[in-house]
Design a protein around this ligand. Structure first.
Ligand code: HEM
Length: 492
């Protein structure tokens, strides 16, 4: 009983702790498989904007209020990340990468990678990258029109059916591979990219926004490696890591310090310089592999699932599909692919993407932050090392901000026929110094892929019956739905 109510002094109110998993049991009882729902209910029950609880041994604060979410994202002392088994098992049991590192290491590596990836088209408008992605889109559409050319393509195309999300994988991932290495994986080897995307999905689904049971009780990996998801996490991670280890190894073998061919060379050159100059460096080959993994992981999962949610929405609300087709035909016609210049003239397509990012929040509780010092939030004391989860889905469903958040209504972002950015108060990519590093890449490529796909096809359900309700959401690190077949009909 004493333990159940033991909590740091002046900590936000919230559910008591039970043995082993602390309040996680109560969270699960309030929304098994839907942490966002659970925290919405707990917020109401304790009548609080900040829910304080112990997730296993970890003091945790879930931020349910739009203003406080923005405050957390913009205060430096909340920029930390947790050091948990989930993050270690993907990075050779070290603290590496961008997503799950913090402090000096993260600052140097995030800044360096964003600065130099930019030279290869990442995070800005770049003609070369745009045409690389457009070439991949042409192949994707060709698969849709003509069916599989290589056996592995049968995994994603079957007659007039396509398999989502994997039909969308290649343009997104090959775009990143090109930014990193100035090459793309050719069509006859696309299988590699699909298995990388499948591995990523396996990893995403075997944990959750808060690290899952395995992160709270890491010893589970020794006694029940299958049931705890540990084996699946290792397997899922392996497929993406193997791909990039090979890419980095190839670059190392042909690296010449006097001439940088691509981002991998730029990194290796800096690494060699730093290692001769300094005794300790944040640069290493393992870190380069993890950097590649971190920039590819969401490109092989979050973006393609966002478009998959959008296609599902078109099946549920077919009138939206007609409006999209009308806009594409009016602005672009049928003789060329939509390009990034068209974005400003296609407010409806752009608004559909913004609305799905709000409506189906991909990362409902964001990636957990960590308080790096003892601090205060809304008058409460937040001890150092508290996990702090900004509840983005709550912000996206706030009635005061949106009026009718439960409706999927792209028009909410359009004013006088123009996209009204000021009305988009959503934060699907977070904010502040931890802002998603791939937001620009995600927004640009999603527009390119989706607009071209809709220019070419009409979508309908595989069985021809109207879709009446959305698929059940699968809670993972990102939220997904089960893969499914969709019928595409070329537009005449
Ligand atoms: C629909 C697509 C995407 C969504 C909704 C999304 C959302 C997010 C969110 C919510 C975060 C955590 C922010 C925080 O900690 O407060 C994040 C971090 C991150 N995202 Fe994305 N993301 C998407 C696509 C991408 C893409 C395509 C890339 C790379 C190409 C990317 C790279 C990253 C990286 C590297 C971080 C870690 C940043 C850091 O911790 O410093 N994301 N993303």
């Amino acid at each position: 009983y004493k333990n159940a109510y033991k909590r740091p002094e002046n900590f936000p109110p919230g559910p008591p702790s039970l043995p082993v998993y602390g309040a996680f049991w109560i969270v699960l009882a309030n929304g098994f498989g839907d942490l966002s729902l659970a925290f919405r209910k707990l917020g109401q029950k304790y009548n609080t904007k900040l829910i304080g609880l112990n997730m296993g041994p970890v003091p945790t604060v879930v931020v349910n209020d739009p203003h406080l979410i923005k405050e957390v994202l913009n205060r430096e002392e909340f920029d930390g990340r947790l050091d948990i088994i989930l993050t270690r098992l993907r990075s050779f049991w070290k603290k590496l990468g961008i997503f799950f590192t913090d402090g000096y290491f993260w600052h140097i590596q995030r800044r360096f990678t964003l600065r130099y990836l930019r030279d290869y088209g990442f995070g800005r408008r770049d003609d070369t990258l745009e045409s690389v992605v457009a070439d991949e889109i042409k192949v994707m559409l060709e698969m849709g029109y003509d069916g599989p050319k290589y056996p592995s393509e049968k995994e994603v195309v079957n007659g007039d059916l396509i398999y989502l999300p994997f039909f969308f994988t290649v343009p997104f991932v090959n775009g990143i591979v090109h930014i990193l290495s100035r090459k793309t994986v050719p069509r006859e080897q696309y299988k590699k990219l699909w298995s990388l995307a499948r591995g990523t999905l396996l990893f995403q689904r075997n944990s959750n926004d808060m690290g899952g049971a395995l992160s709270l009780t890491p010893w589970l990996k020794n006694i029940m490696p299958n049931y705890s998801g540990y084996n699946a996490l290792v397997k899922g991670n392996q497929s993406i890591q193997d791909f990039f280890q090979k890419l980095v190894k190839d670059a190392q073998e042909t690296h010449d310090i006097t001439y940088d061919r691509h981002f991998l060379d730029v990194y290796l050159t800096e690494m060699k310089k730093e290692i001769t100059k300094e005794k300790r460096s944040t640069f290493s080959v393992d870190q380069l592999v993890l950097t590649c993994v971190d920039y590819s992981f969401p490109a092989a999962s979050a973006v393609q699932f966002t478009l998959t949610f959008l296609v599902e929405r078109l099946l549920l609300q077919p009138e939206i599909q007609d409006k999209i087709h009308e806009e594409i035909d009016r602005v672009v016609g049928r003789d060329r692919l939509p390009n990034l210049d068209d974005r400003r003239n296609m407010p409806y397509v752009e608004a559909c993407i913004r609305e799905i990012l709000r409506y189906d929040t991909t990362v409902p509780l964001s990636i957990p932050h960590r308080a790096m010092i003892n601090t205060k939030l809304a008058g409460y004391d937040i001890p150092e090392n508290t996990m702090v989860s900004p509840h983005l889905a709550m912000l996206h469903m706030d009635e005061e901000i949106w009026g009718d958040p439960q409706n999927f209504r792209p028009e909410r972002f359009i004013k006088d026929g123009q996209l009204d950015l000021a009305s988009d108060k959503s934060l699907p990519f977070g904010a502040g110094r931890r802002l998603c590093a791939g937001e620009t890449y995600a927004r640009q490529t999603m527009f390119q892929v989706f607009a071209a796909f809709m220019q070419a096809f009409t979508v309908s359900t595989a069985d021809g019956k109207p879709l009446l309700r959305p698929a059940k959401r699968i809670q993972g690190i990102i939220t997904t739905i089960p893969e499914f077949w969709v019928r595409i009909t070329p537009r005449t």
